[in-house]
Unconditional design. Structure first.
Length: 439
C-alpha cells in the first residue's frame, strides 16, 4: 500500500465492492489491513470535498481526469445495508482521521452507521483514531437507527481493539414512522456476541434522540452477549430520552466482567445508571467505576437505573467525584446510591448483591440520598448488602478506594489483576504492555 491517504483508495474499492456485491468479494473469508489509512475527516471543518472528506460519501478521482465524478463517490460504511459477514484482521494498523455525516448525503440515510454498518464476523487487532471527528446520523425515514464509533450494529466476536478521540456520536431529524428504537453507543449502537480486550478513550458526547425506544451508552446502546476486559476512559456526556448508562443504555440477561469505567462526567435520561440504564437480567462481576460525575433521570442509580428481572452483582467498586450528584426528576421519580428502582411487577425475582462498595464525599448530595436502592418493589427481593465509604476529602477518598481495589483485585487472591495507569489516571484489567494490537 502507499501513503496513509493513498490507502483510502483501497478502502473505497473494499467498501464499494462489498456494499454493491461486486465480483466474488462476499465469498472472501477474511480481509486484512496492511497499512494505516487516513480518511481525511479533519473534524468536518470547512467545505466538504475540499477541506475534508465525508466517510459516508467519499469521493476519489479514480480516472485521474482532475474531477470527482458522480460515480466516483461511495459510502465507506462497510455493510451499510447488507451485513459485513466476513472476518477482519487489522494486524495492529490504524484507521484514522474519520468524520461520518449522513445529514448531508444525497438520498442516503442508512439505518446502520459506523466504520462498519452491520456485522457478523470476527474483528481483531484494530486501532481507530477519529482525531476529533464525529458520527452524525440523519434519522431520515428510518424507524430504527444504530450508530457507533466502530459499527452501527456489532454482531460477532471482537477483540484487541482500541477506539480513540471522538467528538460526538449523535442523531438529528425526526420521522413520521413508528419509532422501533434508536440505539447509540461509543463502540456500537447495538451489540451481540463476544467482546473482550477493548479500550475506548476520549469521547465528548453520545446522544440518542427523543423516542419511546431510545438507548445510549458509553460502549453500546443495547447489549446482548458476553463482555470482559473492557475499559472506557474519559466520556463527557451521555444522554437519551429513555435509557442511558456509562457502559450500556439497555441490557438483556448477559454477562459483564472485568470492566472499568474511568472519568464519566454526565449521564442523563429516564432510566439512568453509572454502568447501565435499564437491565432485563444479567450477571455483573468485577466492575470498577472510577471518578463518576452527575447522573439524572426518572429511575436513577449510581450503578444501575432500573431492573425488571433477576440480576446478580458481585465485586463492584464505585468512586464518585467529590461534587457528584444523583438526581431524580419528575413526579414519582426514584434515586438510589446504587440502584434507582426495581419493577413492582416482578417481585418474585431476586437481585443478588455481593461485595458492593460505594465511595462518596461525606456531606455531599449523594450522601444525603437516603437509600442505596430507591424503590425495591413488593416482597423481599434484595439479597445481600451494600457497603458505603464516605470520605472527608477527594484525595483521601480516592486513596481509600485505590487501596481497597488494589488489595482485592490481584492474582494471589485468585482474582483478575487490576492495573492503575498513573499518567492517565485510570484503572484497567488489561495488560497494556501486551494488548495484541500494537495500540
Amino acid at each position: 500500500m502507499g501513503s496513509d491517504r493513498e490507502n483510502a483508495k483501497e478502502w473505497w474499492y473494499f467498501a464499494d465492492g462489498w456494499n454493491n456485491n461486486k465480483g466474488d468479494i462476499r465469498n472472501i473469508d477474511e480481509f486484512r489491513l496492511v497499512g494505516d489509512i487516513d480518511f481525511q475527516g479533519n473534524k468536518g471543518v470547512g467545505e466538504v470535498g475540499k477541506d475534508w472528506q465525508n466517510y459516508a460519501d467519499f469521493g476519489i478521482d479514480l480516472d485521474g481526469n482532475g474531477t470527482i465524478d458522480t460515480d466516483e463517490y461511495t459510502s465507506m460504511i462497510v455493510g451499510d445495508r447488507n451485513s459485513f459477514t466476513a472476518n477482519f484482521d487489522g494486524q495492529g494498523y490504524t484507521l484514522k482521521n474519520i468524520n461520518i455525516d449522513t445529514t448531508i448525503t444525497r438520498n442516503y440515510k442508512p439505518r446502520y452507521v459506523g466504520i462498519f454498518g452491520n456485522t457478523g464476523g470476527v474483528f481483531k487487532n484494530i486501532n481507530v483514531d477519529y482525531i476529533g471527528g464525529s458520527v452524525t446520523v440523519d434519522i431520515g425515514n428510518n424507524s430504527r437507527i444504530f450508530a457507533g464509533g466502530f459499527a452501527g450494529g456489532a454482531g460477532g466476536t471482537f477483540f484487541n481493539i482500541t477506539l480513540n478521540n471522538i467528538n460526538n456520536i449523535s442523531s438529528q431529524g425526526n420521522n413520521n414512522f413508528n419509532n422501533e428504537g434508536y440505539y447509540i453507543g461509543g463502540f456500537a449502537g447495538g451489540t451481540q456476541g463476544n467482546f473482550f480486550n477493548i479500550v475506548l478513550n476520549n469521547i465528548n458526547n453520545i446522544n440518542s434522540p427523543k423516542g419511546t425506544e431510545s438507548h445510549a451508552g458509553g460502549f453500546t446502546g443495547h447489549a446482548r452477549g458476553t463482555y470482559t476486559n473492557i475499559t472506557l476512559n474519559n466520556i463527557k456526556n451521555i444522554s437519551s430520552h429513555q435509557d442511558a448508562g456509562g457502559f450500556a443504555g439497555w441490557i438483556e440477561d448477559e454477562k459483564f466482567s472485568n470492566i472499568t469505567l474511568n472519568n464519566i462526567e454526565n449521564i442523563d435520561g429516564s432510566s439512568v445508571g453509572g454502568f447501565v440504564g435499564a437491565a432485563s437480567g444479567g450477571i455483573h462481576e468485577n466492575i470498577i467505576l472510577n471518578n463518576i460525575g452527575n447522573l439524572s433521570g426518572y429511575s436513577v442509580g449510581g450503578f444501575i437505573g432500573y431492573i425488571n428481572v433477576e440480576s446478580t452483582f458481585k465485586n463492584i467498586y464505585i468512586h464518585f467525584k467529590d461534587k457528584a450528584t444523583i438526581t431524580a426528576k419528575g413526579d414519582g421519580a426514584t434515586a438510589g446510591k446504587f440502584l434507582g428502582a426495581t419493577s413492582d411487577y416482578y417481585y418474585q425475582e431476586v437481585v443478588e448483591l455481593s461485595n458492593i462498595n460505594l465511595y462518596y464525599a461525606d456531606g455531599s448530595q449523594i450522601a444525603e440520598i437516603k437509600d442505596d436502592i430507591g424503590f425495591a418493589g413488593d416482597g423481599d427481593i434484595i439479597k445481600g448488602t451494600i457497603d458505603s465509604h464516605p470520605y472527608s476529602n477527594e484525595q483521601d477518598g480516592f486513596t481509600i478506594f485505590k487501596k481497597d481495589v488494589e488489595n482485592f483485585f490481584k492474582e494471589e487472591n485468585n482474582k483478575p489483576q487490576i492495573h492503575y495507569n498513573k499518567e492517565g489516571g485510570y484503572y484497567t484489567f488489561l495488560d497494556e504492555t501486551n494488548n495484541g494490537n500494537g495500540g
